[in-house]
Design a protein around this ligand. Structure first.
Ligand SMILES: Cc1cc2nc3c(=O)[nH]c(=O)nc-3n(C[C@H](O)[C@H](O)[C@H](O)COP(=O)(O)OP(=O)(O)OC[C@H]3O[C@@H](n4cnc5c(N)ncnc54)[C@H](O)[C@@H]3O)c2cc1C
Length: 401
């Protein structure tokens, strides 16, 4: 027997967030944040007060002990409210990378970072990408050298979300590097790196194409001494921890894109019901209705996939009924399909709106710019998702050597 319904608690949770966001983050505020390049401290604190920040952490670690289906509902609602996906990025980075840091850290890291991040008084992010490599870890240059009670980090991380917010609020990043390059990806280790440590230099803020309210920057590490209590997991497991974090982030990214696409469809439907051409509303024309039907059908299919995958994550973490690789395949399907579906939805709805859709009086362009970041690469490039899907479908023996 299959039950596709949410629990009563989850339905109430969704209603409460939608109501809070409708009041505190109307579309005018989304535009304002996009223009002023800020998320707004009130909104971050508000998410903390609602228990949404780091919500996947256990309650006694500062989180809400939320399961992945519930976190996925939050991500969808945030995407619905903020189609630029800036606030969703802030939320999902905390919920996914906070989760992985919490799972593998010692208490000291919870005390200096995670509990504060859960209250909206600190930031926890992911610092993996380097100038020499994004998808391909063999291009990474960051090194970890073991000393007496600490690691010394040297290298550079770039295209990193939230560097400006992290500087303002305090906090740090999940960071990986090679402790033994000869071991390939098995020679990578992860640490929690506070951004204000000596030897860390925050470089520029990129002038991005979209999701303007949250920063994207980078940082250089020169002989940075990180206490060994800040190490995450075992030495040599950094790559695997990174993959676990990406997996957690991918379901939330996908849900944000689904939320944004749903809002775009609603905005579009309101418009075509009002706007008349050749004597009747645009909505009456079958050419436009077929476009809507196509979008709506894809939307429902991908949304089901996203929630089914969130459910699989809960089964994996709570009961061990799916292996991590089984779930990764579905997470990659979500991360491949949802951002492209959202981009396509924004593009098509914008066409319904004629010239108005091409102006900043219409909110849709913020959505196109925002979800494009997830088509390009944030939390993993599209082709890498296809590599995972093909590998887990065809069998590992067909993997490129
Ligand atoms: C807005 C934004 C925010 C980001 N925030 C963060 C962050 O917070 N932390 C962080 O660590 N990183 C972050 N990133 C970086 C992101 O993780 C990388 O962009 C991503 O991993 C891809 O790496 P790359 O950009 O170097 O592209 P590359 O790896 O150079 O890939 C370029 C192109 O080649 C394709 N490609 C790569 N490998 C293959 C293959 N085997 N077969 C076929 N095609 C392939 C890719 O699909 C892509 O189209 C962010 C990126 C963006 C755009």
């Amino acid at each position: 027997m299959i039950d596709f319904s949410f629990t009563e608690e989850q339905d109430l949770f969704r209603e409460a967030i939608r109501e809070w966001l409708a009041k505190n983050l109307p579309m005018e505020r989304v535009r304002e944040n996009d223009t002023n390049h800020t998320l707004g401290k009130d909104l971050i604190r508000g998410l903390g007060d609602l228990g949404l920040l780091c919500m996947t952490l256990p309650e006694d670690h500062g989180g809400a002990g939320a399961d992945w289906v519930t976190a996925t509902i939050a991500a969808e609602e945030l995407g619905y409210a903020d189609i630029s996906v800036s606030l969703p990025v802030f939320f999902l980075v905390q919920a996914s990378w906070g989760f992985v840091v919490d799972k593998y850290c010692q208490d000291v890291v919870r005390d200096i970072c995670l509990r504060k991040a859960a209250r909206g008084e600190g930031f926890i992010g992911i610092g993996v990408t380097e100038p020499g490599g994004g998808s391909d870890v063999s291009g990474f240059q960051t090194t970890f050298s073991k000393g007496e009670g600490n690691w010394t980090l040297n290298g550079e991380k770039t295209y990193i979300s939230g560097t400006h917010e992290c500087q303002e609020m305090g906090g740090g990043y999940f960071v990986t590097g090679f402790n033994d390059r000869s071991q390939g990806h098995r020679g990578m280790t992860a640490v929690y790196l506070p951004l204000d440590f000596e030897g860390v230099e925050v470089s520029k803020r990129f002038d991005n194409y979209g999701r303007m309210a949250i920063s994207t920057g980078g940082f250089k590490m020169t002989d940075v001494k990180v206490p060994e209590e800040y190490q995450l997991g075992e030495t040599g497991r950094g790559f695997y921890l990174t993959m676990e974090g990406f997996d957690a982030a991918r379901v939330l990214v996908s849900a944000s894109c689904i939320g944004a696409a749903e809002r775009a469809m609603e905005i579009g439907m309101d418009y075509i019901k009002e706007r008349h051409v050749f004597g009747q509303p645009i909505a009456k024309y079958q050419g436009v209705q077929f476009d809507l039907a196509d979008m709506a059908a894809h939307h429902e299919a991908i949304k089901m996939l996203v929630y089914r995958t969130a459910w699989m994550m809960d089964q994996k973490y709570q009961h061990g009924t799916f292996t991590p690789l089984e779930v990764s395949k579905y997470l990659s399907m979500c991360k491949y399909l949802a951002p492209h579906h959202a981009l396509d939805t924004f593009r098509r709805v914008m066409l319904w709106m004629g010239a108005y859709g091409y102006t900043k009086e219409c909110p849709l362009e913020m959505g196109i710019r925002g979800v494009m970041s997830y088509c390009i690469g944030a939390e993993g490039a599209a082709n890498i998702q296809k590599v995972v899907i093909a590998r887990e479908t065809l069998g590992r023996e067909w993997t490129r050597r």
